[in-house]
Ligand binder design. Structure first.
Ligand SMILES: NC(=O)c1ccc[n+]([C@@H]2O[C@H](COP(=O)([O-])OP(=O)(O)OC[C@H]3O[C@@H](n4cnc5c(N)ncnc54)[C@H](OP(=O)(O)O)[C@@H]3O)[C@@H](O)[C@H]2O)c1
Length: 293
């Protein structure tokens, strides 16, 4: 039986992946630091402690590693650079080294934020150029994977959204505010490729279990601004669209610069995977369906 070790197993994306892997009868080791996973075999692992990583690998001897854990708060990464590097880059390096020792296939989940966002729809051959520290630390993680392993996939995704008890993703934030008749300010000049987590999970599992090598962009197939995305949500849920106030990136008082257009070209995934990137309309219908059941 294939043994799969997953880091960040109770996070927004990880929770769905371990749930789906267990359903497919894999041996799943769900690593967590603070929040214990509901699915798989829970294993405590603080990724800032090298010895804990080494011990886990010696105990489990995984065949496949799916590494999702990260410091994902873009603002925190800008102000806590050491912590961002430790988690997003250094711990990735140790995990890859242990995977190489165990001959495990290594899957690193990275981000659209490795790009500068000057021109959107980036493909796997485009050159990364991060504009904030989160993107830089994740790119350093990617470089460690490429330099140290010959059996890996680097997956880049964009604006994941889905249902999670602790992390409120964008559509649910829009829904809750509009239902309470609160105005929300939403960016008209930031474009991404929003990705429905259940769709992303299926694609990541396919890459991990078929051991598809190299960089692959796994994201939704629609490039859309935050503002249009919010309007689409309001329209589908019959909520008041006039409560959505357009604003620009310049008006935000952020420490970290955001890429303007970090949408991803998903042609490679479309060409080789059985599970295809979903269009935004379809993803939102599925999300609403989940919320109603
Ligand atoms: N969210 C996005 O917008 C986005 C966009 C593109 C790419 N990604 C990438 O996708 C991956 C998953 O993102 P996500 O949104 O699912 O993440 P998330 O919900 O923010 O979860 C982060 C995970 O990291 C774990 N973690 C943090 N510090 C840890 C430590 N010291 N030791 C062990 N685990 C630790 C957390 O575990 P505990 O709770 O147990 O501490 C948590 O499960 C990340 O690598 C991220 O860079 C995310």
């Amino acid at each position: 039986m294939t043994k799969i070790l997953v880091t960040g197993s109770a996070g927004l994306i990880g929770r769905q992946i371990v749930k789906d892997l267990v359903k497919e009868n894999y041996d799943v080791y769900s690593c967590y630091n603070k929040l214990k996973s509901e699915f798989g075999i829970p294993m405590h692992l603080d990724l800032t402690k090298k010895n804990e990583i080494i011990n886990i690998f010696d105990t489990i001897k995984p065949d496949v590693v799916i590494h999702l854990a990260a410091l994902t708060d873009v603002e925190k990464c800008e102000t806590q650079k050491e912590q961002a590097m430790l988690l997003n880059s250094t711990s990735t390096e140790i995990l890859v080294k242990e995977s190489v020792k165990q001959k495990a296939f290594f899957v690193y989940v990275s981000t659209d934020y490795v790009f500068d966002g000057g021109k959107g729809s980036k493909n796997e051959n485009d050159i990364p150029n991060p504009v904030n520290f989160y993107g830089k630390s994740k790119l350093d993680g990617e470089i460690a994977v490429k330099n140290l392993s010959s059996s890996y996939a680097i997956i880049r995704t964009s604006t994941p959204f889905g249902i999670h008890s602790k992390k409120k993703s964008f559509p649910l934030w829009v829904k809750e505010n509009l239902e309470s008749k609160k105005e929300i300010c939403v960016l008209i000049d930031q474009f991404t490729s929003p990705t429905f987590v259940p769709n992303l999970s299926k694609m990541i599992i396919e890459v991990a279990t078929k051991q598809i090598m190299g960089i692959i962009h796994l994201a939704g197939s629609t490039r859309i601004s935050r503002y249009e995305f919010a309007q689409m949500i309001a329209e589908k849920l019959h909520l008041d669209e006039t409560l959505i106030i357009p604003i620009t990136i310049k008006e935000m008082k952020w420490n970290a610069i955001r890429p303007v257009d970090s949408s991803l070209d998903i042609s490679r995934a479309n060409g080789i995977l059985n599970h295809k990137p979903e269009k935004i309309q379809n993803s939102l219908d599925l999300l609403i369906n989940q919320l109603n059941n």
